[in-house]
Write a protein that binds this ligand. Structure first.
Ligand SMILES: [Fe+2]
Length: 370
């Protein structure tokens, strides 16, 4: 999300800057960034996972300093990793290059495995879905920049969704990275007057879409996800660029597609997948949501946003945990203590000084039917 109010302006500008190919200089710049990627370490147990979203390439990004100081085992970029917002692939490539040139970010990539999915702005346009005409080319740039040994399969798939496994079997962490853009069917927008009225209540301009056939993931990604949830793992982090658990805000979130949202909960139940923890970005604030009703076990969604972006008009969310919200720049920390009989998971948001601004402690046994 965001710059929400400039949606039309951006779309209008984008329509006027269509380009069919990559500039050769930009392609080289992207390939050079990919050289810096550290190979994954699949046998390493994960104890400290950091994540973030919404990093504007034209802003200073001092937040990489406390991130690097924590020396994470893994860093997850959850989308809006740059503000591309273009159909011109040379422009998109240049914006990736600007992120890649940030000293703190370069340091992170030199020392830490970094994995990524995209949201609308790095996919290409504000709130865009399957209709974005440059998605094939944008995917190439994404994979050139974030590339790892999953690249070949992601290039062949309908989107960039993938998964990773870390650690020995008794400490296995599965990280499932969803693609909420490639196949997402159209949103339903209220009229301009209603949008203004809703803005006063911190509600966005979208309505829930109930049509049969409306989808966030598309059939192929759903089938893949079912297979993933059946794999053995103790902790399953589902990286969703948009909030999963939050109640309807009128902005982009799973709550705009209630049938798809329920499908996910049903799938977690049917596959008996335990240890699920959602992480999300996009909102420009941080919070933890928890849904305990109508789900096999409490579903947590830890949102961290943004690495540079902030927002003043926080939407209501009945599932928000009291005290677990923060509106300035932040990143998310997930600490897992494996050395106790019931592994302890600490969810903590930190600010650009690296100070904790809220935290919530769970036991792994909470993430399974009681
Ligand atoms: Fe977004």
């Amino acid at each position: 999300m965001i710059d929400r109010r400039s949606t039309l302006k951006l779309m209008g500008a984008a329509a006027g800057t269509v380009s069919l190919g990559l500039g050769s200089l930009s392609s080289k710049a992207i390939a050079k960034e990919a050289d810096a990627i550290v190979a994954q370490r699949p046998d390493q147990r994960l104890s400290r996972i950091l994540f973030g979203s919404c990093a504007h390439q034209d802003k200073d990004q001092p937040i990489w300093a406390p991130i690097n100081q924590l020396n994470p085992d893994l860093f997850i970029m959850l989308g809006d990793n740059i503000y591309g917002d273009t159909r011109d692939m040379a422009v998109l490539a240049d914006k990736y290059h600007r992120l890649g040139a940030k000293e703190g970010f370069r340091q992170l990539r030199a020392t830490t495995p970094v994995i990524a999915t995209w949201d609308d702005h790095d996919y290409g346009e504000n709130d865009a879905g399957f209709e974005y005409p440059m998605k094939e080319q944008s995917k190439e740039l994404f994979l050139d920049f974030w590339g790892d040994d999953h690249g070949a399969r992601r290039r062949a798939d309908d989107g960039i969704y993938t998964s990773y496994e870390f650690g020995p079997e008794h400490e296995r962490v599965q990280v499932i990275m969803l693609d909420l853009r490639w196949n997402r069917t159209p949103l339903m927008h209220v009229d301009a007057d209603e949008a203004k009225r809703r803005d006063q209540m911190a509600l966005g301009p979208y309505l829930p879409v109930m049509d049969e056939g409306a989808t966030m993931l598309g059939d192929k990604q759903w089938a893949w996800l079912e297979g993933e949830l059946k794999k053995p793992a103790r902790v399953r982090i589902i990286g969703s660029s948009l909030q999963f658990v939050s109640t309807f805000p009128g902005w982009e979130a799973w709550s705009l597609f209630p049938n798809e949202r329920q499908r996910m909960i049903d799938l977690i139940g049917r596959t008996k997948a335990e240890g699920v923890l959602f992480i999300s970005g996009d909102t420009h604030w941080a919070e933890i949501s928890r849904q305990s009703d109508h789900s096999p076990y409490p579903l947590y969604d830890f949102t961290s946003s943004g690495l540079t972006q902030t927002w003043h008009n926080i939407s209501p969310n009945a599932y928000r945990l009291p005290g677990c919200m923060y509106t300035k720049v932040n990143f998310g920390v997930i600490e897992i203590d494996w050395d106790v009989p019931d592994p302890m998971i600490v969810l903590q948001a930190r600010n650009e000084l690296g100070m904790s601004v809220f935290e919530k402690t769970l036991l792994l046994s909470h993430l399974s039917p009681s």
